[in-house]
Ligand binder design. Sequence first.
Ligand SMILES: Cc1cc2nc3c(=O)[nH]c(=O)nc-3n(C[C@H](O)[C@H](O)[C@H](O)COP(=O)(O)OP(=O)(O)OC[C@H]3O[C@@H](n4cnc5c(N)ncnc54)[C@H](O)[C@@H]3O)c2cc1C
Length: 403
Amino acid sequence: MIELKNSSSPDKIVIVGGGFTGLFTGINLIEKGFDNVVVFEEHKTIGEPRHCAGLVSEKALKMFNLYEDDFIVNVVTRARFFSPSGICFEVEGEKAVVIDRVLFDKFLAEKFESLGGRIVYKRVDRLCFIDNAVKGVYLDGDKYCEANLVVDCEGVHSGCRILSMTGVSPPETLLHATQFDIENAFVDDVSHVELHFGREIAPGFFLWLIPLDEKNVRIGVASSDIYKRPPDLLWKFMKHGIRRDMFTIANVKYRFGGLIVASGPIRKTYMSGFLAVGDVAGQVKPTTGGGIFTGGVCSLAAAQAVAWAHDYGEYSEKTLSKYEILWRHILGREFKYMLLARKLLLKMRDHEIDELFKAIRDSGICDRVGRKGDMDLQFRTFMEFIRSPRVTLKILKIMLRRQ
Ligand SMILES: Cc1cc2nc3c(=O)[nH]c(=O)nc-3n(C[C@H](O)[C@H](O)[C@H](O)COP(=O)(O)OP(=O)(O)OC[C@H]3O[C@@H](n4cnc5c(N)ncnc54)[C@H](O)[C@@H]3O)c2cc1C
């Protein structure tokens, strides 16, 4: 790990947004030696409103040095994938944990503050530009806060307002998602998550079932079809879907949702005095909507690039461009293949998903995919799937089919 040449720096860094990427970037910057890091959060409480399903690989949390038992709700080791007609294949391998996102974000906030960071519960209204460089932010009520660097971690729920002021377009595809936390469900196995695919079940995405314990399950869905609303899809699945037996006496304890970024990274994530990190930068897996691993990696890259820029003596467009070079170097190929997988999903008709899942199930590759694949670095998983000629042929047939 490279730290600052002079072990600390008084340069003021403003972070817009106290979600996962904002707080984690703050922690990483302080650990690099920046003493004056302020996070502005528009809500009164960290971690709320909730939107995340909270599924993340154990190794990602350990890699980020953020693993604590306190916010782990459940541990899962298997994923079952269901086609529209119920053809299922199972992949067993990597350990994933279900985290309580409110507790997790509060843990991050405490860690950030204990290191000397400051959280100010105020909304950033706009950026201040001088000579095409970002020099600070205006808060609600027109109060001005000067900064050597502004890191935009505003997420996508507020319409990417701050990012748009730099002239860069925000992520193109945002899918509406809804989740229900269900109690009194019949959960037969707490160690596996389920993913259900199909144009009637989850158009343009998938429906997920994440067990919290023997009686509680989180069910969620995202949809790219404005006429098939996520809450309606969830009710339909619970009443008529192939897992309806789970829900005969169940009731919805908590209902929440949000916007899933599904179009991959935005075109440019830096300018003079400014970086964009996390959901707002589209640094979310387009296949699953997971942003903790990708956002975390980009937070680390941002802190590294800011330290380099500091040592170079300026937070200019040129020095900060290293941030983009770094995160694209680590994740560029991953995003490329995940976008390809998403393109495949969008193209598939229901009977083609059935055929593909049957080919995967019958080809006997699932064990190997479980051992060699990776839920975060999905290029590897993709390569394991296409080791089977039968699966590759099916994929090619779908990709080459005219609309
Ligand atoms: C339904 C759903 C399920 C998901 N499930 C998973 C999952 O299982 N696993 C996974 O890895 N990822 C999941 N994700 C993605 C994950 O939640 C995000 O990638 C992650 O939380 C990182 O978000 P962020 O910090 O970039 O943005 P956010 O979490 O949106 O945080 C942005 C913060 O900025 C604040 N803010 C915005 N504008 C301003 C402003 N102008 N001034 C001050 N504050 C501002 C907001 O209030 C917010 O607190 C899911 C997302 C959704 C929508």
